[in-house]
Design a protein around this ligand. Sequence first.
Ligand code: FPP
Length: 241
Amino acid sequence: HVAIIMDGNGRWAKLRGKSRIEGHRRGRASVRAVVEMSRRLGIPYLSLYAFSAENWLRPKDEVSALMSLLEHYLTVEEPKMMRHGIRLLAIGDKDRLPSTVRCTLERTIEATKENKHLTVILALSYSGRSDIVRTVQEIAAKVKEGEYAPEDIDETLISAHTETGSLPDPDLLIRTSGEMRISNFFLWQIPYTELYVTPILWPDFRDKEYLQALTEFQRRQRRFGRTDEQIAKNIPRADRS
Ligand code: FPP
């Protein structure tokens, strides 16, 4: 499961004296590139942080341009998703999306739901903390109704109630444009995720840059809290029996 914080569209545009919207348009081509490459490589899950809950604070014309780019992307890409067995999911507060975008999104999710090769998860109006808050509320309501006892609450139960409950935790989190932060993306989901930050701006992040990130990931030794010796002896991870 690869997750990507796609950052730097605005800076890419500014460096070239273009509008921020032009940066997002170029960014959309990078989205296409990583989706296609993931499909080609057989990566089963790709999560893309396309719009954070905080992004609603951006200038109105930028927000609406992003929404129409998204809608256009979904409309144009749906036949390709069908041809290549790509399933689309969305996480985040979809109720805040304009109704036209929500309808297109729902239609694409429905049309692609049986596709088996690659699942693309679009995080839209997403906030990692909001996901945790909603999860706690849902579990608390179930405890109140007697469905669970407080002692039943464990990591597995919490994971299952998050928006990504049906997905494995990300193995690799890529962030473009050099910023060293998570920006309220996945919080609960990334305790042992490998982080990869590149100075490349998102519109310049294409096949070569993606392969570089994946190659670097392959070189990492994932210890999940264990020592080198324990790994050599194949001692299982604490969260796996
Ligand atoms: C960050 O750049 C990027 C975004 C806020 C949105 C990502 C959107 C796209 C890649 C375009 C369309 C999306 C899809 C899924 C088709 P920034 O504006 O924060 O850049 P800056 O930090 O340089 O200002």
